[in-house]
Design a protein around this ligand. Structure first.
Ligand code: PRX
Length: 643
């Protein structure tokens, strides 16, 4: 495969950027020509941010899997599409060629059909990081079913909420999943999630861990049995046909946390998402045919969707998929993998880098990392120390480091340097990609035109116009999409992030400015954690804030008013953590729980989080104006009890 739209110099970047802003229709239309369409589009772009209504390539017909699979068969059929490394370093590698992947996807697509799945139906996928997860995702896309992948760390309650919101009738899961030294009983979590559920008709279960599972007659079937039926009864041509999709038909729903309420289902559509993930993959990482791309994210998050599956596969790349975790069986695991598969591009999260940095250089001894050519980070701001460690110890100062800023809602990278093509600056995401028009605004939505005392423009990060990968709606509730992203500031998409811009036009993302936490690169709403804590019978009220954490970036600090005696053997605290695990999942467990007798509230009853945040951060000086508080004395009590 060649990529005629791959930007090769800084001048080309500037030129592409200019064209993309001046004439987006022509710019993206030209790029879209390089994909496989059943029918070309009538209009490249139609949009307004007030409703919002965003349509890319309207009237176009395609199937994204024909772009990820079929179109590569003539030239890449025996090339690896997916290289799979087991959690267990002793287990055999699985190499899935494009031909094999195509076949398995078609086969599983037929399994879905045989089990009653139709175009537009929602299929929830709750699996570990095994190739079958990629087959399931692509098989949904093949027949036009809308996949909703749920990260294997979410609890039964979280799954139940998502199933309910998406009105999903189908689930694909595994008996269990391996993650480091743990064996997670996925099917049993699904069983719990389905208690009382009358909507789910079929659960397809793949055998991975041989954990005992209970299979409900009439509802649960084995993946292996279903696959055998297809191969037995039909030749591949019979079950290989892809559904013809409209450019703007939904491709998937992915749930993500916001500052209020339950997680919302971000909806991405077929054509725009395809063009955006491919374009950003090829340009940000400067992918060259034959390179091995290793994105360490889980497919349960957007990074895995876009840069393990859709971006790389649509580009005919080789995508390495890893079942395990960076620190198991030891902290040299990533480096073993890099050496074993001669990985060229490594894309990971600052939290992983910081955690590995903590193990020193020993795990790197004797590891050949010379295949590496590009390093990337995503998910949270990267501190300079971690950036330099990554650059020096992993890249040996020979690999460009790309700091990619984006979100579940943006589908793919929006702000990043292009590896080796545009300049890098430690802990700065740097420049917007073509088609991306950032603007920094103040609280009132006015563009920031004055520099602060450090010489930076500082404000809330918004986007002025749509790019092909922008979310289209939130599932089942378009108004929620509008109020969340398009109503804070008129005619702007608001990211929820704060940022700085320097003289050169480089952006540095400073973190969320709303009530969303970013823990180890995972988004968690403070309201969600509070609701979970409040479910515990002994809890009267709680308030949750983030605080700086050396490894996780942000830790979760919970202030809890408890009705019983909280100090007995830490039991109350343990119970609260168990409650949060049960309601959301272990990723949302607070790092610190402080029992307090009251919370700082205004006279109208609003909790002043600003004060709680400062205390959690260890502020010893002034906490700002506390005169509007109902009971100012409580502040000192809380500060004195800080953990
Ligand atoms: O705060 C930003 C942070 O992660 C948020 C998006 O989280 P999520 O939708 O889970 O997607 C994560 C993977 C794309 C953003 O609002 N974030 C993401 N990348 C960066 C970042 N913050 C700073 N620098 C980044 N490179």
């Amino acid at each position: 495969m060649s990529y005629p739209y791959q930007i090769k110099s800084f001048e080309q970047y500037q030129e592409a950027y200019k064209q993309s802003v001046n004439d987006p229709g022509k710019f993206w239309g030209d790029i879209a020509e390089h994909f496989t369409w059943r029918k070309k589009w009538d209009k490249v772009l139609d949009w307004n941010f007030t409703q919002p209504k965003i349509e890319w390539f309207a009237g176009g017909k395609l199937n994204i899997t024909e772009n990820c699979l079929d179109r590569h068969l003539a030239t890449l059929s025996d090339k690896p599409a997916i290289i799979w490394e087991s959690n267990n370093p002793e287990e055999k590698t699985r190499i899935v060629t494009y031909e094999r992947l195509h076949k398995r996807v078609c086969q599983f697509a037929q399994v879905l059909k045989n089990n009653g799945v139709k175009k537009g139906d929602r299929v929830c996928i709750y699996m570990g990081m095994i190739p079958e997860l990629a087959y399931a995702v692509l098989a949904c896309a093949r027949i036009g079913a809308i996949h909703s992948v749920i990260f294997g760390g979410f609890s039964a309650q979280s799954i139940a909420d998502r199933l309910d919101d998406a009105k999903a009738e189908f689930i694909v899961t595994c008996d269990g999943a391996y993650r480091g030294g743990k064996d997670i009983p996925l099917k049993s979590v699904i069983d719990d999630a389905l208690i009382g559920n009358k909507v789910v008709k079929r659960v397809i279960v793949y055998t991975r861990t041989r954990t005992p599972v209970s299979m409900l007659k009439g509802r649960d079937v084995w993946w292996e049995d279903e696959m055998t039926k297809v191969t037995d009864t039909l030749p591949v041509e019979e079950f290989g046909k892809a559904e013809e999709m409209d450019a703007e038909d939904p491709l998937f729903v992915l749930y993500t946390s916001g500052s209020t309420g339950k997680p919302k289902g971000v909806v991405h559509t077929c054509a725009g998402y395809m063009v955006w993930t491919n374009y950003t993959f090829v340009n940000v990482f400067q992918y060259q045919p034959g390179q091995v791309h290793f994105c360490t994210a889980d497919i349960g998050w957007i990074t895995g969707h876009s840069y393990i599956i859709y971006g790389p596969l649509s580009a005919g790349a080789t995508s390495l998929m890893f079942e395990g975790i960076p620190t198991w069986p030891d902290a040299g695991r990533f480096w073993d993998i890099v050496q074993k598969y001669k990985v060229n591009i490594l894309y990971t999260a600052p939290t992983a880098i910081r955690s590995l940095m903590g193990f020193g250089e020993e795990p790197l001894q004797g590891k050949d990392l010379s295949s590496l050519q590009v390093l990337g980070t995503v998910g949270e701001p990267i501190n300079e120390e971690a950036w330099h460690w990554y650059d020096e110890h992993i890249g040996k100062k020979n690999c460009p480091v790309v700091d990619t800023w984006w979100q579940t809602e943006t589908g793919g990278v929006l702000i990043s340097n292009l590896a080796g093509v545009t300049p890098a600056k430690p802990s700065w995401a740097t420049l917007p990609l073509p088609g991306v028009q950032p603007v920094l605004v103040d609280e009132k939505g006015q563009e920031v035109t004055e520099k602060d005392e450090d010489g930076y423009y500082k404000g809330n990060l918004c986007l002025k116009a749509p790019w092909p990968g922008i979310l289209r709606t939130t599932y089942g509730d378009h108004e929620r999409c509008r109020t969340n992203y398009f109503a804070t500031y008129e005619n702007l998409y608001f990211t929820g992030d704060g940022a700085l811009r320097d003289e050169q036009g480089f952006y540095r993302i400073t973190g969320r400015v709303d009530d969303v936490l970013n823990v180890s690169g995972h988004r968690i709403g403070t309201a969600e954690v509070e609701n979970a804590i409040n479910m515990h019978a002994g809890v009267v009220e709680s308030a949750v804030v983030g605080y700086p954490h050396d490894i996780k970036g942000q830790g979760i600090y919970a202030y809890v008013i408890y009705s019983g005696k909280p100090d007995v053997d830490d039991l109350a605290k343990k119970d609260i953590l168990a409650t949060v695990s049960r309601i959301i999942g272990p990723i949302a467990k607070p790092d610190k729980v402080q029992f307090v007798s009251g919370l700082p509230k205004t006279r109208s009853g609003k909790i002043m989080r600003r004060i709680l945040r400062k205390i959690a951060e260890g502020e010893t000086g002034s906490l700002g104006d506390t005169s509007t508080l109902l009971d100012p004395a409580v502040v000192e009590e809380i500060r004195n009890g800080r953990l």
